[in-house]
Ligand binder design. Sequence first.
Ligand SMILES: Cc1ncc(C[n+]2csc(CCOP(=O)(O)OP(=O)(O)O)c2C)c(N)n1
Ligand code: SF4
Ligand SMILES: [Mg+2]
Length: 258
Amino acid sequence: MTVFERPKSLADIPMHYCPGCTHGIVHRLVAEVIDELGIEGRTVGIAPVGCSVMAYDYFTCDMIEAAHGRAPAVATGVKRSDPDNLIVFTYQGDGDLASIGTAETVHAAARNENITIVFINNAIYGMTGGQMAPTSLPGQVTQTSPYGRDVNACGYPVKVCEMLSELDGPEYLERVTVNNVRNVRNAKRAIKKAFQNQIDKKGFSLIEVLSSCPTNWGMTPEKALQWIDEKMIPYYPLGVYKDRSAGIGPMYKKEAAE
Ligand SMILES: Cc1ncc(C[n+]2csc(CCOP(=O)(O)OP(=O)(O)O)c2C)c(N)n1
Ligand code: SF4
Ligand SMILES: [Mg+2]
């Protein structure tokens, strides 16, 4: 008989996430992957600043809290201290990874640092009350863009997978989402590959997960999942943006054209 159990890598305590928030789903997927790969005893997670700041309470592996945006730098130090043994991942929001921490993200990718990044793009600063993030969509209403994001004043959203895919360094970049069962299963496959790449010493792997924030989007949980389909995916298309081992990415297209 198959029993639906809590992954061993996920602590048996209530999470503080709002009802309908998909942070919890992604936590579960990461924990399942750690269990399935048998790496719990040698995995170190780096928690961000943001709604997932308390990820250190939810994963049973060793966890470190980084200053806002600095998780890739902390992960680099931890990984380099014991590169053959430790498996190191960061779990970061879009404000953390694509705003205050942009430099750490870009340079860790450029160095092809052998770490795994789980990037939660919910197009908003969730923890601080719903301010506009670098990833907020054009026209998106937030606390700091009450008339909708005006790209003339605030610029255009940062597309992290597309941007990093132009670098020669990173091994694997994929954008997924968790707004229905099929997409959850696909997200798990991608997260597992990102951890396996690190075990195989292939280098920097980042999985961008389009995630919901029903509270700050002002939507029901169900409507928030639909909004991902209707608004987020058209702007942030799902798919593999780079896979060096499979020869996928802009650099390979250029090589093929030459
Ligand atoms: C150095 C510093 N600057 C600003 C803040 C305030 N702050 C806390 S969380 C956050 C943004 C979090 O947004 P995101 O990373 O998208 O995570 P989410 O809550 O949406 O999951 C900010 C600006 C801080 N804690 N530290
Ligand atoms: S504020 Fe948004 S991102 Fe934060 S826990 Fe609530 S729904 Fe999730
Ligand atoms: Mg966010």
